[in-house]
Write a protein that binds this ligand. Structure first.
Ligand SMILES: Nc1ncnc2c1ncn2[C@@H]1O[C@H](COP(=O)(O)OP(=O)(O)O)[C@@H](O)[C@H]1O
Ligand SMILES: [Mg+2]
Length: 342
């Protein structure tokens, strides 16, 4: 089957005769494919170019979402694996296509170890295809469910990786708008902290003065300013990360409800608890960063960069109970008093 249009000539991997039988690394694969990446504007594809389905075996479904199905792709010639996100054209509204175009443009701007790499895209008669690197460790949500909760040490390293990626995204004036554990993948089964952020389907490039209005996101993770229909900024991502940090540390969500209206009321109020039963062993700094993220006023909420510099991440920080800190403060004060008096 051949396709009419092509944004990234994936089949050039096949055409490259020197690669025909040899298995190539992901990195080489990325270079080979992205070399051909073209902007969204339709470029007529030569009629001889094989389509995605002629290029990859795609038998295994590895995920699905509201608008797409994701399959593992195995290159027919060289065996290289990738993920192929497939969109059926007949179910996409024009607004969905705008989101898809933006997803592609955003991914083309990004190059970071904790963000999924786009290898190429293609339009074919009935589908759009996004070919990305394959991430094999599964969704963070599944990992939290399996582990019940993260140790604070592992949660800290994982969160550092998330803040690192989000600081980078925000520095490029891009907002993700759908951060949640389903959209964070672990790179291996044997690591709990090395991640890739995926699903830029709601992402948007903005200018520093842009304020967004579109209501989007996922119920448990959506920021209060989005629900209050206020103009919002990249700070919405920090709220979502606050929900993720809370979930990692204790294995349940800070805001819950019997239905969406009840859940949204709770989020808008921003009232949550550190229940003693679950939080007593958790450090003061972990609680502090969680509350500083789950702050209703986005201007008072930590930015990604501030979060990255939070005390929780200071090396060798054996975080103390606030009461112990107070005792030490008093001790210093009294010591100083004594020294002062000498
Ligand atoms: N690159 C990938 N590697 C492995 N699994 C992936 C990859 N991309 C997506 N998935 C799986 O497919 C699911 C849906 O993909 P996603 O991009 O989040 O689509 P949607 O926008 O429909 O939610 C993800 O939650 C994940 O389980
Ligand atoms: Mg998703």
């Amino acid at each position: 089957m051949t396709s009419n249009y092509q944004f990234s000539v994936l089949n050039n991997v096949v055409d490259s005769s020197s690669q025909k039988t040899r298995r190539i690394s992901d990195c080489q694969f990325s270079r080979l494919v992205s070399r051909w990446a073209l902007p969204w504007t339709s470029v007529k594809k030569p009629s001889t170019t094989p389509s995605i389905i002629d290029t990859f075996d795609m038998n295994k479904t590895i995920g699905s979402g509201a608008f797409s199905e994701v399959k593992e792709g195995i290159h027919k010639e060289n065996g290289t694996k990738c993920a192929v996100k497939i969109f059926k054209k007949n179910v996409l509204k024009s607004s969905d296509i705008s989101y898809l175009k933006e997803e592609i443009r955003v991914l083309q701007c990004l190059n970071h170890p904790h963000i999924i790499k786009l290898y190429g895209v293609s339009e074919e008669p009935y589908h759009y295809y996004l070919v990305t690197e394959l991430v094999q460790g599964g969704e963070l949500l599944r990992r939290v469910q399996t582990k019940k909760k993260y140790s604070e040490k592992e949660a800290k390293t994982l969160c550092q990786n998330i803040f690192d990626a989000i600081t980078y995204i925000h520095s490029k004036n891009i907002v993700h708008r759908d951060l949640k554990p389903e959209n964070i993948l672990l790179i291996h089964e044997h690591t709990n902290v090395e991640i890739k952020i995926i699903d830029f389907g709601f992402a948007k490039r903005i200018t520093p003065s842009t304020s967004l209005k579109t209501k989007c996101g996922s119920p448990f993770y959506v920021a209060p300013e989005i629900l209050s229909k206020k103009p919002y900024t990249t700070q919405v991502d920090l709220w979502s990360i606050g929900v993720i940090v809370y979930l990692l540390l204790v294995g349940y969500l800070p805001f819950d409800g019997n239905d969406h209206p009840q859940l949204y009321r709770k989020i808008r109020r921003g009232k949550f608890s550190f229940h003693a039963k679950h939080w007593s062993e958790i450090s003061h700094d972990a609680k502090d960063i969680t509350s500083s993220l789950l702050t209703v006023n986005p201007d008072s909420r930590l930015t990604a960069k501030q979060a990255l510099h939070h005390k929780w991440f200071w090396e060798g920080n054996n975080s103390m109970d606030p009461r112990a800190e107070e005792i030490i403060r008093n001790f210093h004060t009294s010591t100083n008093d004594v020294i002062h008096n000498q």
